[in-house]
Design a protein around this ligand. Structure first.
Ligand code: CP
Length: 303
């Protein structure tokens, strides 16, 4: 297996031929898990979770995925590590690598952190979210969930709504969905639509009401207040009025259309509670599917 295939650093550059086998393998794992007979393909392997940013879903599901396949898991915590004594990220990673880790799962606030570490360690590096750059495992679990509901994604229309500017989920999804043949529209207030989305092949619009009726799936994004150094819209209420998925807006979706959100949700800001918890929502399915998808990812990383 090539170095590029062992690491999972970004979806950008991955082909349909590389993505689909991961989704197919995840399906196998989901079926085995449902039958209570998970494969033990990671017995004897060590997976280390290094999360420099907070996480609920990603960290827990990487841990459950690794343990379900028989790996040992180390949950390394920056707050009680020698980072606090001034050790650099590079030295930290190289020392953890030297301890005998097979896969280093890293989340970091700096875009490119996972890529940089992959240059200095022998173990596989799995990007669990780096700054505003990419969140590849999220895009893969989103694609898995979409495929389960809509079938092959060729020709399907996916609408991504909200804080596109700060969203690594949006960036990974654009690359993933396009590689699988879907067309992607991004929608949000002009201050939260980064330049370059049209050049990536997306349709770009500020008009959510016009975009909703033709979408096969709507992916709502969290407003990332922690990454906003300046006010980029007047208020949460104004944002919700223009770009929130309200009950009334959800009624205008196609009958088969589904609603996704990577979590965590700002209820009644980007999405109404009754939509998030309603019949179109596949939000908790996304979380469940994340375990199977991360099993497939870790198998590739540790191979
Ligand atoms: N979707 C996602 O990355 O959630 P967490 O931040 O809880 O891991």
């Amino acid at each position: 297996m090539s170095t590029r295939r062992r690491h999972l650093l970004a979806i950008e550059g991955m082909t349909r031929g590389e993505i689909e086998p991961i989704l197919d393998r995840a399906r196998f794992h989901r079926q085995r898990a449902a039958a209570g007979t998970p494969a033990q393909t990671l017995a004897g392997k060590v997976v280390l979770n290094a999360f420099f940013e907070d996480s609920t879903r990603t960290r827990a599901s990487f841990e459950i995925a690794a343990k379900s396949l028989g790996a040992q898991v180390v949950n390394w915590l920056a707050k009680v590590s020698s980072i606090q004594k001034g050790e650099t990220l590079f030295d930290t990673a190289r020392n953890l690598d030297a301890v005998g880790v097979n896969a280093l799962v890293i989340r970091h606030a700096s875009s490119g952190a996972a890529y940089l570490l992959a240059q200095v360690v022998r173990c596989a590096v799995v990007n669990a979210g780096d700054g505003t750059h990419e969140h590849p495992s999220q895009a893969l679990l989103d694609a898995f969930t979409l495929r389960e509901h809509l079938g092959p994604l060729q020709g399907r229309r996916v609408l991504i709504v909200g804080d596109i500017l700060h969203s690594r989920v949006a960036r990974s999804n654009v690359h993933c969905l396009q590689a699988l043949g879907a067309s992607v529209t991004v929608c949000g207030p002009p201050t939260l639509l980064p330049p370059g989305m049209a050049e990536l092949g997306c349709t770009v619009t500020e008009d959510l009401d016009a975009a909703l009726p033709s979408a096969d799936a709507v992916m709502m994004l969290r407003l990332q207040n922690e990454r906003q150094a300046e006010a980029l819209f007047p208020s949460a209420r104004e944002f919700s009025r223009g770009w929130g998925l309200t009950v009334r807006r959800a009624e205008r979706l196609l009958p088969h259309a589904i609603v996704l959100h990577p979590g965590p949700i700002n209820r009644e800001v980007e999405i109404a509670s009754s939509v998030a918890d309603g019949p179109r929502s596949v939000i908790l399915e996304q979380v469940t599917n994340g375990v199977a998808v991360r099993m497939a990812i870790l198998e590739e990383a540790c191979a």
